[in-house]
Design a protein around this ligand. Structure first.
Ligand code: ZN
Length: 95
């Protein structure tokens, strides 16, 4: 994900900690029965379906990917619900 000062940033470590607290049941992968999930470094974005044409500038639904490291099964979590996007702090003005 490219970042400039206006784009919110995704802090993976905060999301991992929050998911550890929230994810209480069925944490084993339903495909391979292991429990080795990693959070992807970047968010992905889902867009509403508006026919065959790609709609630019419409609603977007940023998602966090939790990926099973054994079989690749991937779960999506809504980044807004998990409060995973934060404004970039400009530290150039701090002394
Ligand atoms: Zn798995």
């Amino acid at each position: 994900m490219s970042n400039n000062n206006k784009e919110p940033i995704f802090i993976k470590e905060q999301v991992s900690s929050r998911l550890d607290i929230l994810w209480k049941v069925h944490k084993k992968c339903e495909i391979c029965n292991t429990q080795k999930w990693v959070i992807a470094d970047e968010l992905i974005n889902l867009m509403p379906y508006k026919g065959v044409n790609l709609v630019i500038g419409g609603a977007s639904y940023p998602k966090i990917m939790a990926i099973c490291t054994t079989c690749g099964n991937t779960k999506l979590f809504n980044a807004m619900v998990l409060d995973a996007l934060h404004k970039k702090v400009d530290k150039t003005h701090e002394k």
